[in-house]
Ligand binder design. Structure first.
Ligand code: NDP
Length: 248
């Protein structure tokens, strides 16, 4: 068991909730961000977890906004102490073919999925370097590795996240910091529930495992990468996709 501090952006989402649960079960003191506590009924979410034995703190923050991230970092540090494990899981989709995509849907996805990774990591990585320990896990997507119809914005953002992980891995390796990416395939959450059923069935038919993934299958990979003894895994992009996309 550890008692390190872990921050999960998007921790109240489908995948994020499971990440929070598994990190807490491993002993981490877990904090999540949420955009709008009232709209998302974060207190209700927190209580549900607490009733099941999982303690998670939260701080409001729009991760697309750099200044909001600076404020959030100060609040988190005051509330629970310096962040040692950072999981960048906040994300959105705004799908459309590139030739039809509205400029605001490009911007929203790049800002929320990619700029956010810098906005949040920048607040904590200096402290991690000073203390000689850090674990950064970026939740990207198989669609950042393969590209996907209607997702030029999302695919670009997710591919960019791994570029960031690779550079950070090099910068942090001698300071005890690792930065890795997890690229989930299709996971059962609200995000994929929004995919029309016939399209979803078509996707599942292409997955060698014959099913969609579960949030807990992403969470266990996060816990693995967050561990103190995972120091030599650095700059990796770990696919958790049921065999949907394999590469050498
Ligand atoms: P959800 O929609 O369930 O959760 C997304 C989370 O991101 C929510 O907690 C949401 O907060 C948060 N979020 C969105 N915008 C912002 C913002 N501007 N600032 C702060 N937080 C924000 O999605 P999933 O759990 O399915 O996805 C989690 C991550 O995994 C995403 O990055 C997604 O791209 C990635 N992923 C998901 C896959 C899937 O199949 N589900 C596959 C591959 C990757 P709030 O609720 O407060 O709006």
């Amino acid at each position: 068991m550890t008692n390190r501090v872990a921050l999960v952006t998007g921790g109240n989402g489908g995948i994020g909730t499971e990440i929070c649960k598994q990190l807490a079960a491993a002993g981490y003191r877990v904090v999540t961000t949420c955009v709008d506590a009232e709209r998302e009924n974060i207190a209700g979410w927190q209580k549900e977890l607490a009733d099941a034995g999982t303690q998670v703190d939260w701080v409001e923050c729009n991760v697309a906004d750099f200044d909001a991230c600076a404020t959030m970092a100060a609040q988190v540090t005051e509330k629970v102490g310096p962040v040692e494990v950072l999981v960048n899981a906040a994300g959105i989709t705004r799908d459309a073919f590139a030739h039809k995509m509205a400029r605001e849907n490009w911007d929203a996805v790049i800002r929320t999925n990619l700029d956010s990774v810098f906005n949040v990591t920048r607040q904590f990585v200096e402290g991690m370097r000073e203390r000689g320990f850090g674990r950064i896990v970026n939740i990207a997507s198989v669609n950042g590795q393969t590209g996907q119809f209607g997702q030029s914005n999302y695919s670009a953002a997710k591919a960019g996240m791994h570029g960031f992980s690779m550079a950070l891995a090099k910068e942090g390796a001698r300071k005890g910091i690792t930065a890795n990416t997890i690229s989930p395939g299709y996971i059962e959450t609200e995000m994929t529930a929004a995919i029309p059923e016939d399209v979803r069935n078509g996707i599942v038919a292409q997955v060698p495992a014959g099913r969609m993934g579960r949030p807990d299958e992403i969470a266990r990979t996060v816990v693995f990468l967050a561990a103190d003894d995972a120091e030599y895994i650095n700059g990796a992009n770990i696919p958790v996709n049921g065999g949907l996309f394999t590469s050498f």
